[in-house]
Design a binder for this molecule. Structure first.
Ligand SMILES: [Zn+2]
Length: 217
C-alpha cells in the first residue's frame, strides 16, 4: 500500500541537478513533509527517472547511445541502482564533511567503472571516433554513465562547491555553480521553509522569554 501511495503522490518532479547525473541519482531520495521518501520504488520509476533525466540531458546517455541493446528495467537493475545510490550518498557525505570515504563504497563505484572502456570506432563516414562502452550490456548502460559522472565530479569538481542543503530537514546535495560560490540551499523552496522554521523557533523563544520575564516580576 505504501508503494501505491508513493507512486500516486508522484507529482514531485525528479530533482535533476542540471550539472551532474550522479547527484541526480542521489537526490532521488527526498524529504516530503518531514518523511524520507524514495522516488525510485519500482522498476517503472527507474524507467521514468532515466527517460526524464536523459531527455533533459541527452549527454548523460553517452554509453547507451553507443549500444544496440535496450536497457532492461528489471528488479535487478533497481537493486543495483539503489546499491550505487547508497554508496554515492556515503561518498558525497564524506566529501562534504571532510571525512574519509568507506572502502566498501568506493569499491562499489569502482566495480562499475571497471566495466567501462573507450575504443576508437570507425564511423559510417570513415572517421575514427572515441566511444565509451561497457562490458556489462544490461546494467552497465545506465550504471556506467552514472559512475563516470560521479568520477568526474570527484576528480574534476571543486570539493568546496559540493554541498549538503543547509535546511536541516532536507537530505539533498547540490553542486554550486554560482560565480560567488555562496549557494546554501538545494532550492528556493527549501530556503523559504528553513527560514520560516527559524523565524518560528525565534518567535517561540521570545514568547518563552517573555513569560519567564513576567513570572520573575
Ligand atoms: Zn534542501
Amino acid at each position: 500500500m505504501l508503494e501505491e501511495k508513493g507512486r500516486t503522490q508522484y507529482e514531485t518532479p525528479f530533482l535533476v541537478d542540471g550539472e551532474n547525473l550522479a547527484l541526480s541519482l542521489v537526490n532521488t531520495e527526498v524529504m516530503t513533509r518531514g518523511k524520507r521518501g524514495d522516488l525510485l520504488m519500482t522498476s517503472q520509476d527507474v524507467a521514468r527517472w532515466w527517460q526524464e533525466t536523459c531527455q533533459r540531458h541527452p549527454e548523460f546517455d553517452e554509453v547507451r547511445r553507443e549500444s544496440e541493446e535496450p536497457i532492461m528495467y528489471d528488479t535487478a537493475l533497481l537493486n543495483a541502482l539503489k546499491t550505487l545510490r547508497a554508496a554515492l550518498r556515503a561518498i558525497f557525505n564524506a566529501l562534504v564533511t571532510g571525512s574519509m570515504p568507506e572502502k566498501e563504497d568506493v569499491a562499489i563505484l569502482n566495480a562499475i567503472l571497471r566495466t567501462g572502456y573507450t575504443s576508437l570506432d570507425l564511423t559510417e563516414q570513415g572517421e575514427l571516433a572515441p566511444r565509451t562502452h561497457t562490458t556489462d550490456p544490461t546494467q552497465g548502460l545506465m550504471l556506467l554513465p552514472i559512475a563516470l559522472s560521479a568520477s568526474r565530479l570527484i576528480s574534476q569538481g571543486e570539493r568546496k562547491r559540493l554541498h549538503h542543503c543547509e535546511n536541516e530537514r532536507c537530505i539533498l546535495f547540490f553542486y554550486d555553480t554560482t560565480k560567488s560560490a555562496t549557494r546554501r540551499w538545494c532550492s528556493l523552496g527549501c530556503m523559504d521553509r528553513a527560514r520560516s522554521a527559524q523565524r518560528y523557533r525565534e518567535a517561540k523563544q521570545q514568547q518563552a522569554a517573555g513569560k519567564r520575564g513576567k513570572r520573575e516580576l
